[in-house]
Each structure stands twice: as C-alpha cells, then as structure tokens.
Design a protein. Structure first.
Length: 262
C-alpha cells in the first residue's frame, strides 16, 4: 500500500533529496518514501552508520543513495554535505531537515549548555542546511522544496514532560519556516514544515518499554487511539515535496491523530 501511495508523485522521479538525521527514525522513513518515489536520496547524520543505512536503502528500493557523515551545526560540514550530494547525485531539489534532539529537563534545573545544544541542533542546524541548499538552488537556477521537521510541541505544552527548550525550539522552527517561505518563494523555493505528534519510532519504542505508564497516558489523550507510525509522517513529506503541493507555502502540517485539537 505504501509503495502505491508514494508512486502517485511522478514528478519526484529522478530528483535528488537530501535528508538530515537520515540514519534512523523519521528521517529514514521519509528517505525511504522518497526512494520508493524514484528519487535519488542523500542521507546525512552524525552517526558513522549512515553509510550502511544508505546502502541498505539502495538495496531495498533500487534507488541511488549516498550516506554522508555530517554535523548540521557546523557550517563547513554542512557545505561539504551539500556539495557532495550535488556531485554524486545532482543538485538537491528537496531538503528535509529531520536532524534534531529532545530534552526533558525542568526549567529550574536546566543548564545553559543543555538549552544551547537543543537550539543549536534543532533551530540553527535547520537554518544552516536550508540556507546552503537554497543558495545551491538559486545558483543552479532551479526551484525546490524544503521541509522542516517541527512538532506539535510548537503549539502545546506536552504533559507531564518538562521540555521548555524542545518546545521553544520547535516553535522557532515553525516561525523560521514561515519567514523563509516568504523570502525564497520568488526563487521558486517552497518552504513548509511537518509537525508530528506522538510517533512510534525506535526512540519512542525504547521509551515506552522503560515507562509504559507514561505511554498509556499519552495514548489515552490521542483521539485516534494509538500513536502514529513513521510512515504516517513520510507520506505527508512525499506529498509536500511533490508538485501536487505547489500551492502550499509556509505551512506547518500537523500529523498527530487529533491530539492538538481536543
């Protein structure tokens, strides 16, 4: 079923996508959706396992892929990743900023270092990669689609977690998305965001195993009755990347099973 859905975007065939945080979780799910759409896919991650993940993705889908170790908070590293992507697979016309970290720390106890690290990766990292890709697209004279991973936490306070830094960072991602969307639309670069709710990724699965009561509390508040899957988010990403979303600009699409509307 998933492959049939992704195949409905023929304009994505042979385009190049760059996915940060692509070695696992939502980044990998989105990269897989793109690969099944016939795209060439570059995965970048701080993990040196990203090369093996890219190879497995190629073997499983038949897509051309490359795995690049990179740090989204380092301008030099970002520049290298974008240049290598263009050299190996072609100019990336689709970017997904999926690299990010969470933090559960009470506001009275959180250190400056913790706060800065969340902001550096989630906000500054997304900006630096977006900027680098946008410059590459403008130099090449082509348009593209940038998709930032925000969160429903940009709009609500998740309870009982204490995650002011994470929430603030995702709100900043949504605001940045709107601003860059207006700036770059004249260059035919569409910027949007995805704001997932509770999604059952590998990271979430480990948390659920360690704190089942917390997981049951979360699930009890989701009108849909269960956590989402990475594929639920990946399908929306494929749509936003495609020409079928050509008139969607500066939006943040919430994928949360109804959590934020009750």
């Amino acid at each position: 079923m998933a492959e049939a859905v992704y195949a409905s975007y023929p304009d994505l065939v042979d385009q190049t996508a760059l996915v940060t945080g692509g070695a696992r979780g939502l980044g990998l799910a989105i990269a897989t959706a793109f690969a099944r759409s016939g795209m060439k896919v570059a995965l970048t991650d701080v993990s040196d396992h990203v090369g093996g993940v890219a190879q497995s993705l190629a073997e499983g889908t038949g897509a051309r892929t490359v795995g690049l170790v990179g740090d989204v908070t380092d301008e030099g590293s970002v520049s290298d990743v974008v240049a290598q992507t263009a050299s190996v697979l072609g100019t990336p016309t689709v970017l997904v900023n999926s690299a990010g970290i969470g933090l559960d720390a009470p506001g009275l106890e959180m250190s400056r270092e913790q706060w800065d690290r969340v902001m550096s990766i989630n906000v500054t990292g997304s900006f630096l990669v977006s900027q680098a890709v946008a410059k590459t697209l403008i130099e090449a004279g082509v348009g593209g689609s940038i998709i930032n991973l925000a969160s429903m936490s940009a709009r609500i306070v998740n309870i009982p977690q204490t995650q002011s830094a994470y929430n603030a960072s995702k709100a900043a991602v949504e605001a940045m998305t709107r601003s860059l969307a207006i700036e770059w639309l004249p260059h035919k670069i569409r910027v949007n965001a995805l704001s997932p709710g509770y999604i059952f990724t590998d990271m979430t699965r480990n948390f659920v195993a360690e704190q089942p009561e917390m997981a049951r509390f979360w699930q009890s508040r989701i009108p849909f009755g269960e956590m989402g899957t990475p594929e639920d988010v990946a399908g929306v990403a494929a749509f936003l990347a495609s020409n079928q979303a050509r008139y969607i600009v500066g939006q943040s699409i919430v994928v949360d099973g109804g959590y934020t509307i009750v």
